[in-house]
Design a protein around this ligand. Structure first.
Ligand code: SAM
Length: 227
């Protein structure tokens, strides 16, 4: 089980409750552990511009610098719920970004391995994660389209950037029974795709439309300048 979190009571407890009651539950988020994590993790701390903290629990993504975003709370909850985490899993996350999704995963899994290609974002995320005692997280700076072979296999993989197609190494690095969630499509719109690895192959399910920043790397988009 993950280590206990010691998170100081903050001024945003009621705002987080409102976020869960108005944005997550009405849209069908049911997993009690996911709801508990969304109620607990202080999302505002992951928004680097303090002037934007008042919007940190609103129903949209926010800028985190380097032309990247912290995802909409509902999307974080939905992608997490799709992974069906019980607490004993080793999870790979691609696209650490602000570290917020990482913190949610760290509350729900045994260990989280997260990869971010932009070193400034990785360093900032590490600092915030340490400040709230997310000690079961390791972060690597690099191209997440290659996965993390040295840490594989994983029980779950969550990709927080849009891929033109599913990198084969993600399937190879999943345990049988493991789940992958990834936005797949063009640079403007994608389908949130769930992949379950079975002994006989993979099962793919489409979970709805979404829009993410690009997954830039060898098995993603090679040109980071369009978008
Ligand atoms: N989940 C993050 C959060 O809660 O803040 C949001 C992530 S943001 C939508 C997508 C992130 O993926 C960006 O930080 C971007 O730099 C990163 N990214 C894009 N391509 C990547 C790659 N090949 N490897 C690792 N990270 C990548």
């Amino acid at each position: 089980m993950p280590p206990p979190k010691i998170i100081e009571k903050d001024n945003y407890v009621r705002v987080r409750h409102r976020m869960v009651e108005t944005q997550l539950i009405p849209r069908g988020i049911k997993d009690k552990r996911v709801i508990e994590a969304m109620l607990t993790i202080p999302r505002h701390l992951f928004v680097p511009e303090e002037a934007l903290w008042s919007q940190a629990y609103s129903d949209f993504p926010l800028p985190i610098g380097e032309k990247q975003t912290i995802s909409q709370p509902y999307m974080v909850a939905l992608m997490t719920e799709i992974l069906e985490l019980k607490g004993s899993e080793k999870v790979l996350e691609i696209g650490t970004g602000s570290g917020y999704q990482t913190a949610v995963l760290s509350m729900l899994a045994e260990k989280v391995c997260s990869i971010e290609r932009i070193s400034l974002l990785a360093a900032r995320a590490r600092k915030v994660l340490d400040s709230i005692n997310c000690s079961n997280v390791v972060i690597r700076i690099g191209d997440g389209t290659l996965g993390w072979p040295e840490e594989a296999p994983f029980d779950a993989i969550l990709v927080t950037a849009a891929a033109p197609e599913i990198p084969q190494c993600y399937i190879e690095q999943l345990n049988v029974g493991g789940r992958l969630v990834i936005p797949v499509g063009d640079i403007y719109t994608q389908v949130l795709t769930k992949v379950i690895k079975t002994a006989k192959g993979v099962i793919k399910q489409e979970m709805g439309g979404c829009r993410f920043v690009k997954l830039v790397g060898r098995y993603g988009w090679t040109n980071e300048n369009t978008y």
